[in-house]
Write a protein that binds this ligand. Structure first.
Ligand SMILES: NC(=O)C1=CN([C@@H]2O[C@H](COP(=O)(O)OP(=O)(O)OC[C@H]3O[C@@H](n4cnc5c(N)ncnc54)[C@H](O)[C@@H]3O)[C@@H](O)[C@H]2O)C=CC1
Ligand SMILES: O=C([O-])CC(=O)C(=O)O
Length: 332
């Protein structure tokens, strides 16, 4: 029997990430090759003509899975009955800025869009916030949409997770798919902590700890971490624009694994509402290792945390607490 289409909202759809992600969604990269979709695209009035151009291109691409397109500048219309909301709309940072520098512009957008989602989205809509500062925007969205279950509001740290996998696979000269279970802890910012202490690599003699195979703690504890933390800035420096194809691809990975499940024996990183696991204060959207099954994520429990990791996990939590109060002051 033909499956009912899933309605997927992309905000900021006329922007760079929007332009990269909508064809991925329409081709089944996000929800699988047998799941029809209806795309809802939102942007603001100055981008209306460009948004219409994207709509025309989607028609011209004749995607078999694409059963409809809503392209609008009306947030209420955009949110109507959506099952998945990918929140990309906002202002990207430019060279020399930290992600929290776009805070005042972006948190007010997330406050406003929270109520539209709450009123109009389908029950159990899954929300992924991509726009920066991603964790804090997601927290604001959560606070202003009290009827959306907190488990349904997440932010994107999968790009950082994938960047970490990329760095390890490059260093070991192995396929990226042979490396798994890195962790991004904390904020999607330069304080994030990319942790390889539980990561493994598949070798000809079986699965081995990444730390043992890399055999260079000095590199793993310094250059590897800063490369992942600063990768967004390096892309901005090179492209004069922030990451878009990798961000779009990571957003598809995030939703796909959340909806369809993570492979047995592996986890991914997602920014989720802290339940106090690993001593991280509740009331923050913090990136944890998670597994997903039947459309629900769960934090991987019981991993051993050494002193080095503890300090880094606490430092990024501290930054999120500061961002939270800065965000609240921007909204006053
Ligand atoms: N979490 C992550 O891993 C990543 C996050 N980002 C963030 O994603 C966001 C989007 O990046 P780009 O696509 O490169 O930016 P962009 O500037 O190309 O596109 C953003 C779009 O959002 C639209 N927009 C602005 N206000 C809006 C509103 N109130 N409602 C709907 N749409 C609105 C703009 O008109 C524009 O078309 C930025 O905040 C960027 O920093 C970027 C890369 C990775
Ligand atoms: O760095 C930025 O501002 C864009 C972003 O979030 C990333 O590439 O990780």
């Amino acid at each position: 029997m033909a499956k009912n289409p899933v309605r997927v909202l992309v905000t900021g759809a006329a922007g760079q990430i929007g332009y990269a992600i909508v064809p991925m969604i329409a081709r089944g990269v996000m929800l699988g090759p047998h799941q029809p979709v209806i795309l809802h695209m939102l942007d603001i009035e100055p981008a209306a003509e460009a948004l219409n151009g994207v709509r025309m291109e989607l028609i011209d691409a004749a995607f078999p899975l694409l059963k409809g397109v809503v392209a609008t500048t009306d947030v209420e219309e955009a949110c109507k009955d959506v099952n998945i909301a990918v929140m990309v709309g906002g202002f990207p940072r430019k060279e020399g800025m930290e992600r929290k520098d776009v805070m005042s512009k972006n948190v007010s957008i997330y406050k406003a869009q929270a109520s539209a989602l709450e009123k109009h989205a389908a029950p159990n809509c899954k929300v992924l916030v991509v726009a920066n500062p991603a964790n804090t925007n997601a927290l604001i969205l959560k606070e202003f949409s009290p009827s959306i279950p907190e488990k349904n509001i997440t932010c994107l740290t999968r790009l950082d997770h994938n960047r970490a996998l990329g760095q390890i696979s490059g260093r070991l000269n192995v396929h990226v798919s042979d490396v798994k279970n890195v962790i991004i802890w904390g904020n999607h910012s330069s304080t994030q902590y990319p942790d390889v202490n539980h990561a493994t690599v598949t070798t000809s003699s079986g699965e081995k700890p990444v730390r043992e195979v890399v055999a260079d703690d000095q590199w793993l504890n310094s250059e590897f971490i800063t490369t992942v933390q600063q990768r967004g800035a390096a892309i901005i420096k090179a492209r004069k624009l922030s990451s878009a194809l990798s961000a779009a691809s990571a957003a598809c990975d995030h939703i796909r694994d959340w909806v369809l499940g993570t492979p047995k024996g592996s986890w991914v990183s997602m920014g989720v509402y802290s339940d106090g696991s690993y001593g991280i204060p509740e009331g923050l959207i913090y990136s944890f290792p998670v597994t997903c099954e039947k459309g629900e994520w769960s934090i991987v429990k019981g991993l051993k945390i050494d002193e080095f990791s503890r300090a880094k996990m606490d430092a990024t939590a501290k930054e999120l607490i500061e961002e939270k109060s800065l965000a609240k002051s921007c909204l006053n």
